[in-house]
Design a binder for this molecule. Structure first.
Ligand code: PMP
Length: 387
């Protein structure tokens, strides 16, 4: 493998060298004073990154799917109704998890590339007494960013708990958990959070913790049970050792470095940088005649671009782009799989990455036979970056 390849998939992303150095440091004891201090700091940092000062954070070894399963396993009891606001493949996965944990699941779907509106959610809420509504902040299969602020607003005062999957959004897309009233925001380490895969992260509102305490049935997974993890997290936050299952010590040390970098940049600046880089990419795609899967600019994520393959170009494009030194991802949504590709643009993304990626896509398209004036995409990105 060429170590200088530019990794531009929607996770795992390219990681900062300081984060990788933390990962490769000698492992500490998980009950050492140094690690306890690191874990406690990570919990404080996570609250700040999610703009969730009142939330209880959880940091558990596992991927994003575990974070989804922890949210579902703890907040839903068998027989309860759950509504999935469905924007793609990962919303479908949330539905599968809810069913696995005994919920009666209804999907509020939109056509591929679109998202249900707050009005549609309000109407759906009148149909059944839902216990939980799930939202996918950015669905990585469609590149659609759901209008989570408005959707959460529609849930205000209803007593319905909200679970927001932020795996492809957290620390990249604007999200204000306390202000917007989300009960669980869940994510994973390997995308805009900037740490190699292996950590499931959640921030849980006091209301959701209370709902979990009031459960009538036990959580059906020991590893996912807040009841096992809460005392450990409370102990670490208070500077005391505790054990339930061995934490991923090196990943947690790397997370402390990455969250530190994110907070040093500042959340507002970080959201703005992701917006600006995404805008430059979109200007380039439009100039090259590439069509986004999301149906409007408003719905297009700032963390990745999901694009339709142009007429006459097939999946061989991905290999050609890699030959040009950049790795992008293929399609994922079943309806789009063979006809789309995806470019991740999150974490430490800079204008240099934008121009290198657009240039590689442009050369690969020309080599695939597309009639394209070399430089139109790069020029459009450059103009957007300068404006
Ligand atoms: N939700 C979303 C929106 C995702 O993009 C992903 C991963 N691409 C997941 C959940 C699942 O995360 P993981 O692959 O880390 O289990």
């Amino acid at each position: 493998m060429n170590e200088r390849e530019l990794l531009m998939i929607p996770g795992p992303v390219a990681f900062d060298p300081a984060v990788l150095r933390a990962l490769s440091a000698p492992s500490r004891s998980h009950v050492s004073p140094e690690f306890i201090a690191t874990f406690g700091n990570v919990l404080r940092q996570l609250r700040q990154v999610c703009l969730a000062p009142s939330a209880q954070p959880f940091v558990v070894a596992g991927s994003g799917t575990l974070a989804m399963e922890m949210a579902v396993a703890n907040l839903v009891e068998p027989g309860q109704h759950a509504l999935v606001v469905n924007t793609g493949y990962f919303s479908d996965r949330m539905g599968m998890l809810l069913e696995r944990h005994g919920a009666q699941v209804t999907h509020l779907r939109a056509p591929v590339g679109d998202a249900p509106t707050a009005e549609q959610l309000r109407a759906a809420l009148t149909e059944r007494p839902y216990a939980v509504v799930t939202l996918t902040h950015v669905d990585t299969s469609t590149g659609v960013r759901a209008p989570v602020k408005a959707l959460l607003e529609a849930l205000r005062g209803t007593g319905v708990l909200s679970i927001v999957d932020g795996v492809c959004a957290t620390a990249g897309e604007e999200f204000r958990q306390d202000d917007w009233g989300a009960d669980v925001y869940l994510t994973a380490s390997q995308k805009a959070v900037g740490v190699p895969p292996g950590l499931a992260l959640l921030t849980v509102s006091p209301r959701a913790i209370e709902a979990w305490r009031q459960r009538k049935t036990p959580v059906r997974s020991l590893y996912a049970d807040f009841g096992e993890w809460l005392p450990i997290h409370e102990a670490y936050a208070a500077g005391r050792p505790a054990y339930f299952a061995t934490p991923a010590v090196n990943l947690v040390c790397a997370l402390e470095v990455s969250l530190g970098q994110i907070l040093a940049e500042g959340m507002e600046r970080r959201f703005a940088r992701h917006r600006e880089m995404a805008r430059a990419f979109r200007a380039a795609w439009a100039a090259m005649g590439l069509e986004l899967v999301p149906r409007s600019e408003e719905l297009a994520a700032n963390t990745l671009s999901a694009l339709r393959l142009p007429e006459g170009v097939d999946g061989a494009l991905l290999g050609r782009i890699r030959d040009e030194g950049v790795v992008v991802a293929g399609g994922l949504h079943p309806e789009l799989k063979a006809r789309s590709f995806r470019v991740g643009h999150m974490n430490a993304i800079t204008p240099a990455d934008v121009l290198a990626t657009v240039g590689a896509v442009e050369r690969a398209l020309v080599r695939c036979g597309m009639k394209l004036e070399p430089g139109v995409g790069v020029a459009a990105a450059q103009r957007a970056l300068l404006s």
